[in-house]
Structure formats: structure tokens, C-alpha cells
Design a protein around this ligand. Structure first.
Ligand SMILES: Cc1cc2nc3c(=O)[nH]c(=O)nc-3n(C[C@H](O)[C@H](O)[C@H](O)COP(=O)(O)O)c2cc1C
Length: 231
């Protein structure tokens, strides 16, 4: 479907695009491209599962930013040893698309077993989670309980959509289309990007020593929720 010509709305916004290892990972490339065309600075973070489906090079080529995959890596001069902290602190929003059953379970359990999960546990900006999986995985009581937990923590759950699934089954489990995720992200910023802080309870964001960003002081206000149906 041709994309309508929308005025750039994400100019200056720093977005982290988290990609986990589902068949819909290839659609995250389209999403990255749309966000970049909307003038966002997009940094992709891939799980090792995602790397089985898509490569970091695609995201680096599409975003012009380094793509991160590793918690533990040797750094070059000028690079950060703490991408899980720096990316989380800098991000205006994080979108996880697709979010696998496994990643959702790890988030619900508060696990920090690889870079994306660690970064998500650190983050205090709005986080949009776009589940994508087989319908039976989605309907399993464990996944439903995990989704409920994420909702309680303040994550925005966008989708899944229903229809034909890659595995040949029909039902809920399709990742929401990149154009709709893009639109949802745009709406996040309609009321000012600062909304809730996943998992932070009353504490919210803790500043790092020496860190001063005007926009951080605005955090804590509730922005407008997008019109997309979220759970
Ligand atoms: C061909 C194929 C497609 C898969 N698609 C999905 C999927 O759409 N959603 C999902 O939750 N898991 C899917 N899986 C299973 C995940 O890849 C697996 O649970 C993996 O450990 C997820 O890792 P991650 O969550 O760290 O990325 C698929 C596996 C294979 C082999």
C-alpha cells in the first residue's frame, strides 16, 4: 500500500528498535526504514534469535547507525562499554517489533540475559511491544499472563493482529503492520513523548551523574495514547 505523504514528525527523536527472533523480523526492516524517513534517529538492537532471520548490516544500512547485538564486546576508542545503559537513557521511545513469546516471557520475569532484555530493563521511556507468534503460543496461558504483567508494568502492547500466519495456521499472532506501528509511534509524541516508565513504580528515571538533558525534566507527564487498540 503506498505510504501517505505525512509531514516528518519524528525529527530529533531517538528511537531504539528492538528486534527479536520471529519470522516477522524481516518486517522490522520496513519499520526501520519508515521511522528513518520520518527523520527519527533509529538504533536497532537485535537478539541472537533475530540474527537468525535478519542481519545487523541491513539495519545499519537502513538507519545509518550502528546496530547492537552483544552485551559483551570489546570496545574501540570513543565507544561505550554500556550500550544497555546509554541507549536506554538516550531513547525517547523503544519499539520492540517483533516481540517473541520468549522475549515477552523474559521481560515479564525481569530477565537481563542479553543486550535487548538488559536495555529494556534499564529503560524508563515509553516502550511499545508488538507481539508476533503462532496463535497457540499467543493463546497459551503463560503468554497471556506475561502480557498482563507487561501491561501492569506500563509497556504498551500493540497487537497482535489476526489472520493468516506464516506457519500456515489462522488466528491471532500476526505482527501489526509496520505502517500501523509507525503511526502508533507518531501518536506517542503527539502529547509530548514523556509518558509512563515501564516497571519503575513511583521512582521513574534516575539521572546519571553529569547527565543533563532539558527534555528529561519533562518526563513524567502523561502523553496521549495512540488510537490503535492496545491491551
Ligand atoms: C522458522 C522459525 C520461526 C519462528 N517464529 C517465531 C515467531 O514468530 N514468534 C515467536 O515467538 N517465536 C518464533 N520462533 C521461535 C523463536 O525463534 C525462539 O523462541 C527463539 O529462542 C527466540 O529468541 P529471542 O526471543 O531471543 O529472539 C520461530 C522459530 C523458527 C525456527
Amino acid at each position: 500500500m503506498p505510504q501517505p505523504d505525512l509531514p516528518p514528525k519524528l525529527e530529533g527523536k531517538r528511537l531504539v528498535l528492538g528486534v527479536s527472533g520471529g519470522i516477522a523480523a524481516y518486517k522490522a526492516c520496513d519499520l526501520a526504514s519508515r521511522l528513518v524517513k520520518d527523520k527519527a534517529r533509529v538504533t536497532a538492537v537485535l537478539t541472537h534469535g533475530a540474527e537468525q532471520f535478519v542481519t545487523p548490516y541491513v539495519f545499519e544500512a537502513l538507519t545509518g547507525q550502528p546496530c547492537f547485538t552483544e552485551n559483551f564486546r570489546r570496545i574501540k576508542p570513543g565507544e561505550t562499554a554500556y550500550p544497555h545503559i546509554d541507549l536506554a537513557l538516550e531513547a525517547d521511545a523503544i519499539v520492540v517489533a517483533p516481540a517473541t513469546a520468549s522475549l515477552i516471557a523474559r521481560l515479564a520475569a525481569g530477565m537481563a540475559d542479553e543486550l535487548l532484555a538488559t536495555l529494556l530493563l534499564t529503560a524508563r521511556c515509553p516502550v511499545v511491544v508488538c507481539p508476533a507468534m503462532n496463535v497457540q503460543m499467543w493463546e497459551h496461558a503463560a503468554t497471556q499472563r506475561n502480557i498482563k504483567t507487561l501491561t501492569q508494568y506500563g509497556y504498551r502492547i500493540l497487537g497482535p493482529a489476526s489472520g493468516a500466519l506464516a506457519c500456515g495456521m489462522q488466528g491471532a499472532g500476526r505482527m501489526v503492520e509496520p505502517a500501523d506501528i509507525h503511526e502508533f509511534v507518531r501518536k506517542l509524541f503527539d502529547g509530548g513523548a514523556s509518558t509512563n516508565f515501564p516497571g519503575s513504580g513511583a521512582k521513574g528515571r534516575v539521572e546519571r551523574k553529569g547527565q543533563k538533558r532539558e527534555k528529561r525534566t519533562k518526563r513524567g507527564k502523561r502523553g496521549k495514547e495512540g488510537e490503535q487498540k492496545t491491551t
